[in-house]
Design a protein around this ligand. Structure first.
Ligand SMILES: Nc1ncnc2c1ncn2[C@@H]1O[C@H](COP(=O)(O)OP(=O)(O)OP(=O)(O)O)[C@@H](O)[C@H]1O
Length: 604
């Protein structure tokens, strides 16, 4: 796999990639801020677990004093002591729940912040390679899965750990021989646990993959609903969904089959332990090695010890699920991205004074298929350069390289004779406004959407941008003017209005370089004219690179570059290129002829 391919997250690992120590080290940055609370939580679990042992150990004097020696003095105190102990235990349980929940929620929140930052910084190529379902699952759901499972299991494990330590001490104190039998049988539990571990890891990886596909289906349905309805795709999509959801059902049933036998096996193993203790205990009592009180206390402690072990099966799957989710999180955190890798000491780009230059640029999206081949050209400051050429030729790709949305394979893109890699990415992008064919609007009001162009824009600046984009009449008619909600994806706006809002946003950004990617090709003639006028306002006094299919909009460009199949085949002004009678002239004549024949058809 080459570097450009290495960002795919759909390959879910089935084997743990980290040793426990490595895993802990990686988790440390998230544990550190809550370490005090974590220690407090652990300390609070000591009395919770330890008091179980205390309760069990009271049974011995109770039995021996009352039953055997008929001395009730101490026994009378025991019920009060037990109630007092359990009250203390209850308070500790409450406090430890509170502290542990705080620790878990804090870690999950910090993990989500780290992951979201990572998502915002991820290279565009990451989004080309990973589906929306992957993003939702890997960046949001995994943080909850990892922490909720880890915290609940750690809480359970810790409290049971301390109670087990206490109970084993009680067992040892009462009879080391019986303790040997009781604890010895537990060794047999390691075999089924390791079998389950392997099977569960595989199933969890499969279920993550299926769950991801399911999430993608939901997102696709949401964003593609118009196409789904107009092509009557409901049945097709439902069938695909059906396959995914049934697969998930099968995986979860398999997981249940693979793991649920662990419970009964634990039951049998612990029962063998109890049976062994009873068998040998009888011998020890009859030979006078232990008293009956000792024996009763021993059995009580043993039952308490075995109870959590029997539920290990269920907890184990939860724990394994969380650990694997944590590993997937590490995969995401380890993803390389250009923004994060950048040095802090990079120069800020403060405007453009000379030119934007492509110097022998080669580019591929996947490291294999070359999209741009040896592209060299210069855009002098303040000029308007147009990119034309065949569909899929690489025009949009060229424009994406200027704000470093993708990294080059070789060659250089330069601003004012400096490689753009020398400037900080933020400052580079601050200097460029892009208007696309399909402009994304955020959920919120018209004003909020405009102000994404400039968060500190004054009312005067906003008014100017609206006027320049010919949006003032439209906004006056909106029920709440600038503060009208336009909804996610700007559904309340027409195509042309959306375009003009995007142009107003770009005007507000006031960047010296403007890149227009086929900004008017989706519009009808009337809207195109208004949008074109708005674009002219945006381009005024700025360095502009325009991609256009309609040559009529770029005939006045200072320079036209013809890009065919990733190569720059011609360069010059409209009249120079027509004179050359080459690729541009073919393109121009085909459009012109097309227009003429269309007009003839209309006239006839
Ligand atoms: N994100 C991407 N990942 C992989 N390949 C891509 C990606 N975007 C574009 N391509 C490929 O790169 C080539 C050039 O695409 P590009 O969009 O730059 O062409 P274009 O000249 O702008 O086309 P059009 O005029 O049709 O918009 C095409 O073959 C396309 O399939």
């Amino acid at each position: 796999m080459n570097k450009k391919e290495s960002q795919r997250l759909d390959i879910v690992s089935t084997k743990p990639n980290y040793s426990s120590l490595e895993g802990f080290k990686r988790f440390w940055p998230f544990l550190k801020p809550v370490f005090f609370w974590l220690v407090l939580g652990v300390l609070l679990t000591i009395p919770v677990g330890g008091l179980d042992a205390a309760v069990a150990s009271f049974l011995k004097p109770f039995m021996d004093n009352v039953m055997v020696e008929k001395d009730t003095e101490f026994a009378k105190q025991v019920p009060y002591i037990i109630v007092a102990f359990t009250i203390v235990q209850g308070i500790c349980i409450y406090a430890s729940n509170l502290v542990n929940t705080y620790v878990g929620a804090r870690i999950a929140t910090n993990l989500k912040k780290t992951l979201y930052k990572k998502l915002l910084q991820a290279d565009i190529s990451f989004f080309d390679k990973n589906t929306s379902g992957i993003v939702i699952n890997r960046f949001a759901a995994d943080a909850d899965t990892a922490t909720s499972g880890l915290v609940s299991n750690a809480k359970l494990f810790l409290s049971k750990f301390w109670s087990s330590v206490g109970l084993v001490c009680v067992l040892l104190y009462n009879s080391w021989q019986l303790c040997f039998i009781a604890v010895g049988v537990l060794i047999f539990l390691f075999i089924p646990i390791s079998i389950v571990r392997k099977k569960v890891s595989k199933s969890i990886a499969k279920s993550v993959k299926s769950g991801t596909q399911l999430s993608t289906r939901y997102v696709e349905t949401y964003s593609g609903i118009k196409i789904i309805k107009s092509f009557n795709l409901q049945k097709t999509l439902f069938e695909k969904f059906n396959v995914n959801v049934e697969e998930l059902f099968k995986i979860s049933m398999k997981m249940t089959r693979d793991t649920n036998w662990l419970g009964p096996v634990m039951h049998v193993v612990t029962a063998i332990g109890v049976a062994g203790v009873l068998y040998y205990g009888l011998h020890l009592i009859t030979t006078g090695v232990i008293t009956s009180g000792t024996f009763v206390a021993f059995i009580a402690a043993l039952i308490m010890l075995y109870t959590p072990i029997k539920s290990i099966g269920n907890n184990y799957v939860g724990l394994q699920t969380s650990l694997l989710a944590l590993e997937r999180i590490y995969d995401v955190i380890d993803l390389y991205n250009v923004e994060e890798a950048q040095q802090d000491n990079q120069n800020r780009l403060e405007g453009i004074h000379k030119s934007i230059k492509f110097d022998h640029v080669d580019f591929s999206y996947d490291g294999r298929r070359k999209i741009l081949k040896d592209i060299s050209f210069e855009v002098p400051v303040g000029s308007k350069v147009a990119l034309v050429g065949n569909s899929g030729g690489g025009k949009s790709t060229i424009t994406a390289l200027i704000p470093r949305l993708y990294e080059l394979d070789s060659g250089k893109v330069m601003i004012d004779e400096h490689d753009i890699n020398e400037y900080s990415i933020t400052s580079l992008r601050d200097n460029i406004s892009m208007v696309f064919q399909d402009n994304f609007l955020f959920d919120g009001t018209v004003r909020e959407n405009l102000m994404y162009g400039n968060e500190n824009a004054s009312q005067d600046q906003i008014d100017f941008a609206i006027k320049s984009a010919f949006l003032d009449d439209f906004i006056k008619k909106l029920p709440q003017g600038l503060d009208t909600l336009i909804g996610e994806r700007g559904l309340l706006l027409s195509g042309g209005q959306k375009q003009r809002l995007a142009i107003a946003r770009a005007i507000l950004k006031n960047a010296p370089v403007v890149i227009l990617d086929e900004a008017t090709s989706a519009l009808d003639n009337k809207s195109e004219k208004v949008v074109q006028r708005a674009l002219d306002k945006l381009m005024e006094g700025r360095t502009t690179i325009v991609i256009a299919h309609r040559l009529s909009t770029i005939m006045d460009a200072d320079k036209i570059l013809v890009i065919n199949d990733g190569k720059l085949v011609e360069e010059g002004s409209h009249s120079e290129l027509l004179e050359k009678n080459g690729a541009y002239s073919v393109l121009y004549n085909s459009q012109f002829a097309h227009k003429e024949s269309a007009t003839e058809e209309e006239n006839s």
